[in-house]
Design a protein around this ligand. Structure first.
Ligand SMILES: [Fe+2]
Length: 259
């Protein structure tokens, strides 16, 4: 008996299934042919490479991301990552470059700019902070969940917080209790690790209590950082951030400072 089956093509997904059934005299002669899925049928990522994001002019440029937009779906949706990096972060970088022209600033070290900025210059503090803070934020995030600090940092965390878990609990609590937009940091200052919260785009550099400290990691607690992925569940965002801290980066940063 001869028969055939018509296969529909679903163009939105670009996946084509084709099934050939050969006519035969009996079931024993029936041959099933597997059609391999070609790589060209697999939809390419719709998200551009973050390294393509550049400032329009000026001394400061985007540093790139340590991962692609769609690399950590367990932490951030690709569209949220792209929005955050290619819009919000880039806007701060462009605004900072514009201010450099307007203020005639010759200093191109972002930490020095933040340390020496007049407290009255809120525009410079906001945009320079927005640029610096985001750079550290992206570096604080790992594609791999549950990495661990090295031995030196583990000892320091144990000395100053009791244990790694105690640090995480205190960091979570501080982040959850931060009202409105801001950042929570782990800083190192004169042999001691501390958790610090700053409002808006302030940094430990322009906070009178902590300006001598070295920022080791930071979490962005502006709504644009988590709302598209977690909506109003800020606590879940904070928990997932802690699960994705890049402890290799943080350990290296501390080691290079104390050596
Ligand atoms: Fe942000």
């Amino acid at each position: 008996m001869k028969f055939s089956k018509k296969i529909k093509t679903f163009t939105p997904t670009l996946i084509v299934f084709t099934l050939f059934l050969f006519s035969c005299q009996n079931d024993k002669e029936l041959t099933e042919v597997q059609i391999p899925v070609k790589s060209t049928f697999i939809k390419e990522s719709q998200f551009p490479d973050p390294s393509l994001v550049k400032t329009t002019h000026g001394p400061f440029d985007m540093e790139g991301l340590p991962f692609k937009y769609d690399a950590i779906p367990s932490f951030i949706t690709p569209s949220n990552a792209e929005l955050h990096y290619s819009r919000h972060h880039l806007d701060y970088a462009n605004a900072l470059n514009k201010l450099m022209d307007q203020l005639g600033l010759q200093q191109h070290n972002i930490e020095t700019i933040l340390k020496s900025a007049e407290t009255s210059n809120s525009n410079l503090i906001s945009n320079a902070g927005g640029f610096y803070n985001h750079n550290l934020y992206w570096k604080s995030i790992s594609k791999k969940a549950n990495t661990l600090p090295n031995a030196i940092l583990t000892d320091r965390l144990t000395k100053d917080f009791g244990s790694l878990d105690e640090f995480k609990n205190k960091f979570k609590k501080t982040a959850n209790e931060l009202i409105a937009s801001g950042w929570v940091w782990l800083i190192y200052n004169e042999g001691t690790l501390s958790i610090v919260a700053t409002q808006n785009n302030d940094t430990p550099f322009n906070n009178s209590l902590y300006k001598g400290g070295l920022p080791l990691l930071t979490i962005d607690l502006w709504e644009h950082a988590y709302y598209p992925t977690y909506q109003n569940n800020k606590e879940q965002y904070i928990n997932e951030f802690i699960n994705h801290i890049d402890w290799d980066f943080v350990s290296s940063k501390l080691e290079s400072h104390i050596e």
